[in-house]
Design a protein around this ligand. Structure first.
Ligand code: ATP
Ligand code: MG
Length: 870
């Protein structure tokens, strides 16, 4: 069965069990401080398990793009070495939100695997949670009894807390799970060791394919468990592993998900997969990593130097390194695999197809720049090797190469080994540990349990219409970070505060208690669907009503910038073309930033056109046409722009100003006239094929023009207030050029006169035409003078000293015939005499210079050079 059909069959099956089929959420997470990337199928549904939202259906199934390269689930170092862990993979899943529980989950999983896919029952094993003394939990008898009805008892195995108790994080929903494992070894192998002994033992052909999690507890901050009010099912099946079983191969990489990529790598690099283990690892690493990187870019995460971006950069660099070291590829080639990937997966994941060009450009540029780093690193490493005492290189140095220059330690090790050297790994580990601990401490966050004051209050956001409203505190918790110290997170029954999201900053403001105490809201964020107000303290009385007030001025400025961002987006697509895609935005109160795909720098005319376009929309006084809760299809049919990597619900909010229509949850002005004016401040590149514009609006433009005006009057003042300042400056420049020319001519004359004088001062010492003198000429003049004299006079030996306020220079010129016949050396002369002026220098035997700081040494230098010639 082809992989496409395997995926489709899964979804079909659960549709027939009345599940709603939803598309994969973007792999890059938003509004979740504990997770950078979606690492399991349940991550996009976290808010439902936490009870902070209601799903559109209580039965859902999908295939979810997952990335396991950081945090709790990090498989990066395994990838390539084994045949069944990937960085990016698809997790097929079915969910029950407070609906069905263990019985259906277990029987359907078995039905799908054995009847629909036709997997032989004899190769399957299942596990059941055995209990845990630590948590006071017993065997999951319910699951055991259900399995016993369909699976022979010797195939039901006990699993411990590590394998069979699933937790979302340090805190939150959790519960026992049952896993399904396959044994795809040959009959011969099976005869030697029973499969039951190899389950959960990291055997490459006895692997877990599906995990059925039964969420029934909540883990609290003090580690104790409480029962959840409703029970849920969360299952996850590795799509690539399922393909391996159904396509009857022994490795995920031998399925049709990977073979086209591997064939292409073979063609490009001229190697064969399956002949040499090291080469095979490299090929698997590259085939895997190109998927992770491509899907991340498609979901809006470019490689960069901070957090998420750096994770992606590291994955790509790992692939480059394996190609560089084991496939001998010294030029970019990974980007060439994107075509093949698109062919394979573009249909199921259209974001890949639509952004192929961008993905290729970005990967290619990253490859190029890392290959340069590798080259540089090799040079630096050579220097380290030259200076090594004995056979062991300092671990600190190796760490420095990695940390400062991005040169990886395993490559260092390889190169050292080739030269019979090693490095001190303990020293390296120690340096690494210090760095990691530093990083961890800075971000360490300690969160208490939520204290819930009012149950069942659905938090309502009223900030589109109101900036001030009476609220009640429904829950709060204390958090502590290294950076900010103790803070509180407050949640209200309703709020006018906009939480950071969609590129727009969170609102600031305050809440006021009935007796007039004011608590400042420092920031507002959204976390798993809760709107969280961050404060330094708590209200004294927790149960009394509060007045929540948003900082109006900041909100107005932010709204002006947000609406301007939409107009800018429209302008760019009109003026540059519809290839322009939004690639990120930051809407602050002081400025806006907009990143977009476009291949070249914007010309001055284009920038002016964009500015004019936006300003004409502002002058056009376009009213806001806002529609809330419309079906997403309807909004799209209207021509609304949706963004890649954004997770939209079934109903959306559309924001329209004239012909600009976008799906957007941000806050906007009521009329474009409220923006006042739009001014671009800068335009530049962020990555290959991605440009960035920074701009200001509203009162920031007033300030900007005011500042410029002030500077203008200051300049005029300096120029004695001419009528026409531009003409005054141009005149000054012209005059300056004229004067410079005059000075040049004067200097030339001076040099000519000097030349005549100096000729007369030459002394014959043993056949050498000798002169040593302090002169008043610039360095260029001296050089010209020396070479001109040298062209006219044979056997010449010149030594000049000059002294200006901050520099003393010595220059020595010696005719070539003196150098070759009498062994004079100008370089030696200035090196030696340079010491007298407290400096140094060098050059060639016929011409050399030295610079120093001590003019007092000049007479002595002249004396000494005379003696030298004699
Ligand atoms: P393993 O022990 O094999 O690493 P896991 O316990 O980490 O698996 P879960 O977190 O339960 O796996 O994920 C559910 C399913 O997703 C697994 O049964 C497996 O089929 C698949 N899966 C997990 N990690 C990966 C990975 N890195 N690459 C591909 N598939 C994976
Ligand atoms: Mg794992």
């Amino acid at each position: 069965m082809k992989s496409q059909d395997i995926r489709a069959k899964f979804l079909e099956f659960f549709k027939s069990k009345t599940h709603q089929i939803v598309p994969s959420a973007p792999m890059v997470t938003k509004n979740d401080p504990t997770l950078m990337f979606v690492n399991s199928g349940m991550a996009p549904f976290k808010e439902y398990f936490l009870g902070n939202g209601t799903p559109k259906s209580n039965r859902i199934a999908d295939t979810q793009k997952c990335l396991r390269v950081s945090g709790k689930h990090n498989d990066l170092e395994e990838v390539g070495y084994d045949t069944y862990h990937h960085t990016m993979f698809e997790m097929l899943g079915n969910w029950s939100f407070g609906d069905y529980f263990k019985k259906e989950a277990i029987t359907w999983a078995w039905e799908l695997l054995t009847e629909v896919y036709g997997i032989d029952k004899d190769i399957l094993y299942v596990t059941v949670f055995e209990g845990s003394d630590e948590d006071g939990l017993k065997l999951d008898q319910e699951a055991y009894d259900l399995w016993k009805e369909i699976v022979p008892e010797e195939r039901i195995l006990m699993g411990n807390k590590a394998d069979n108790f699933w937790e979302m994080g340090e805190q939150g929903p959790c519960g026992p799970c049952s896993e399904i494992h396959v044994d795809i070894r040959s009959e011969e192998e099976k005869a030697k060791i029973p499969g039951a002994d190899l389950v959960n033992m990291d055997h490459p052909q006895v692997v877990e394919i599906w995990n059925l999690v039964f969420m029934q507890y909540n883990r609290k901050a003090d580690k104790s468990l409480e029962k959840l009010p409703a029970q849920h099912v969360d299952t996850g099946m590795g799509f690539e592993r399922l393909c391996m079983v159904l396509q009857d191969v022994k490795s995920n990489y031998d399925t049709d998900v990977f073979t086209p990529l591997i064939r292409e790598i073979e063609t490009i690099t001229n190697v064969k997969y399956g002949t040499n283990e090291k080469v095979d690892v490299a090929i698997r690493v590259i085939a895997d990593h190109v998927r992770a990187v491509s899907f991340s870019i498609a979901d809006g995460q470019l490689p960069s130097n901070n957090t998420r971006g750096y994770v992606i950069r590291r994955i790509l660099r790992r692939a480059v390194r394996y190609g560089f070291t084991f496939l001998n590829k010294k030029e970019p080639f990974i980007y060439r695999l994107v075509d093949v990937l698109d062919n394979k997966m573009g249909k199921a994941f259209p974001e890949l197809k639509e952004q192929k060009q961008l993905i290729q450009n970005v990967i290619k540029e990253e490859e190029q720049s890392f290959l340069r780093t590798l080259d540089q690193g090799l040079v630096l490493l050579d220097r380290v090797i030259e200076n090594v005492n004995g056979k062991v290189v300092s671990g600190k140095k190796v760490f420095e190469l990695k940390d400062t220059y991005g040169f990886p330690e395993d490559l260092t090790e390889l190169i050292l080994r080739e030269r019979g050297l090693t490095y001190n790994e303990e020293e390296f580990d120690a340096a690494l540990k210090i760095q990691q601990e530093g990083g961890r401490k800075a971000t360490a966050i300690q969160a208490d349990d939520w204290v819930v004051l009012l149950e069942d209050e659905e938090e309502e956001f009223v900030g589109y219409d109101l900036l001030e409203v009476d609220v009640r505190l429904t829950r709060y918790r204390k958090i502590e970070t290294k950076k900010e110290g103790v803070q509180y997170q407050l949640v209200f029954n309703m709020t006018p505060f906009y939480p950071e999201g969609g590129g727009q900053v969170g609102d600031k403001g305050y809440v006021e208690t009935s007796n007039g105490d004011v608590i400042y809201v420092l920031d507002t964020k959204k976390e798993n669907n809760l709107i969280i107000h961050i404060t330094k303290n708590l209200p004294k009385k927790l149960n009394e009503p509060l007045r929540a007030v948003v900082d109006k001025k900041q909100r107005e400025r932010t709204a002006a910038n947000h609406t301007a961002t939409h107009l800018l987006h429209q302008a760019l697509r009109e003026i540059l073309g519809t290839h322009v895609e939004q690639k990120g935005s930051a809407v602050h109160s002081k400025y806006l930033r907009f990143d977009f795909s476009h291949f070249s720098k914007l010309t001055v005319e284009e920038l002016r056109d964009v500015e004019n376009f936006v300003n004409s929309r502002i002058e056009g006084k376009l009213p806001l046409e806002e529609k809330r809760n419309r079906p997403v299809e309807e909004a799209l049919a209207d021509g609304a722009l949706a963004l890649f990597g954004e997770k939209y619900g079934d109903t959306v909010r559309s924001i329209r100003f004239g012909k600009s229509i976008e799906l957007c949850g941000g806050t906007h002005v009521q009329n474009t006239a409220d923006i006042w004016h739009f001014k671009i401040k800068s335009e530049g590149a962020v990555a290959a094929g991605i440009r960035r514009i920074e701009a200001i609006t509203y009162d920031a433009t007033k300030e900007f023009y005011f500042e410029n005006n002030r500077a203008y009057y200051e300049i005029k003042d300096v120029l004695n207030n001419p009528k026409d300042a531009v003409k005054a400056v141009t005149d000054l420049k012209d005059e300056n050029a004229k004067l410079r020319k005059q000075i040049e001519n004067l200097l030339k004359d001076k040099a000519k006169n000097l030349k005549g004088e100096l000729k007369n001062e030459l002394k014959d010492i043993n056949g050498v035409q000798f002169l040593a003198k302090q002169v008043d000429l610039d360095q260029n003049g001296i050089k010209n003078l020396a070479f001109e004299l040298g062209g006219e006079i044979k056997n010449l030996f010149l030594f000049f000293a000059t002294a200006t306020e901050n520099k003393v220079m010595l220059t020595c010129y010696i005719s070539k015939e003196l150098v070759s016949e009498r062994g004079f050396d100008a370089g030696k002369v200035v090196r030696e005499l340079g010491k007298l002026i407290h400096g140094g220098g060098g050059g060639q035997p016929f011409f050399a210079t030295a610079g120093g700081k001590n003019p007092g040494g000049i007479p002595k230098a002249i004396e000494r050079v005379k003696e030298y010639v004699k």
